[in-house]
Design a protein around this ligand. Structure first.
Ligand code: ATP
Length: 325
């Protein structure tokens, strides 16, 4: 028995592994065009990667199996039960797609993908997308595919609208269905407070609610594909938090609040505590508040934690995209 135990340990130590961090994101602007005939919406988005990151480790397997599971090496802020640990997991899909496209032998190249999550699930912060980006970069290094970052970002677009940005990170504008991202310079950090909300909101449901509100005339329907919010972009690149706070917008805020009315009071609370502006992040229900600086962000986060009972987090961006540790 002792002998078998030693063999297991020996195998585990010698299995190659690669660990990657990949950031969650907020949308400082999210403009959504009308529902297109193909069932998608054109978006114009201003993304910021924040220092709330997923840690994805790919451990090599020589039997071609791909598995996903919670990490035992790094701690997670998310309950493992909230995540689908099967083939529907975006990280699993990313590894499978990569292996197929590179033409690696599926009987020989496998990986156990271990994920430590910090980004709230279904919170509108692209956590699943970050896991997919992390898995792409980690498996690409593990299997020595030789793919460039640009090639990985192109593959990422096939997995979901927010995956390319999680590969690239930093700050970027995204157009179309979200897959085309272009990095923009933002040298001064933006300090934010994030307030996760229990339960989550499904992104397709929020888009559906937006379509309904537009159909019934409660919200105006834009003419065509939306434009990038140039005011927010300028404020971000010049590092002016007040101008950024004033310019931010999110077309998904009204439908998200309609589906989750408690968000409205939580937005007021943040302003009450001195945030420059509050907004729904992406499709919600996570809220983001802009703070003047890091100290203010910390102060607002503790005040909101006390008043809401939800764990508010002071974060900043931009941070790097998927990075091998
Ligand atoms: P987005 O804003 O990119 O639409 P989100 O941040 O609101 O997404 P995610 O946490 O990415 O939401 O997950 C949305 C759903 O995707 C989850 O409810 C879950 O069923 C599924 N999912 C697939 N893979 C993952 C993953 N690795 N982590 C979390 N959820 C995942």
């Amino acid at each position: 028995c002792g002998g078998a135990h030693r063999t297991d340990v020996h195998l585990d130590v010698t299995r190659r592994h690669v660990t990657v961090t990949a950031p969650g994101k907020v949308n400082l602007s999210l403009r959504v065009g009308p529902l297109r005939e193909d069932g998608y919406h054109s978006v114009a988005s201003l993304y910021l990667a924040v220092n709330l990151v997923e840690t994805v480790t790919a451990v090599g397997r020589a039997d071609g199996e791909i598995t996903v599971g919670p990490s035992h090496r790094h701690s997670s802020a998310v309950a493992a039960a909230d995540v689908p640990w099967d083939e529907s997991n975006l990280a699993h899909r990313a590894a499978t797609l990569l292996r197929e496209r590179v033409g690696l032998d599926p009987a020989l190249h496998g990986a156990d993908i271990e994920i430590a999550k910090q980004v709230p699930v279904a919170g509108g912060m692209g956590g699943g997308s970050a896991d997919a980006a992390g898995a792409l970069v980690a498996c690409s290094a593990l299997w020595e595919t030789g793919l460039t970052r640009t090639e990985l970002a192109e593959l990422a677009a096939e997995l979901g609208a927010d995956v390319p940005f999680a590969v690239v990170g930093g700050a970027a504008v995204g157009r179309g269905t979200g897959a085309e991202v272009m990095s923009v310079p933002a040298r001064t950090p933006v300090h934010l407070v994030l307030v996760p909300a229990a339960g989550g909101l499904s992104t397709p449901e929020v888009f559906g609610a937006l379509d309904r509100l537009r159909e019934e005339g409660t919200l105006a329907t834009p003419d065509g594909a939306p434009e990038i919010n140039e005011d927010a972009l300028r404020a971000l690149t010049s590092g002016d938090p007040l101008a950024l706070a004033l310019a931010m917008d999110n077309d998904l805020q009204t439908p998200a609040v309609a589906l989750y009315p408690e968000l409205s009071d939580a937005l007021d609370l943040g302003l009450d505590e001195g945030a420059l502006r509050g907004m729904v992040s992406g499709s919600g229900p996570t809220l983001l508040f802009v703070a003047r600086d890091a100290i203010e962000a910390e102060r607002i986060a503790s005040a909101l934690t006390e008043r809401t009972g939800a764990e508010a987090l002071a974060v900043h961006g931009p941070v790097h995209g998927a990075t091998v540790l």
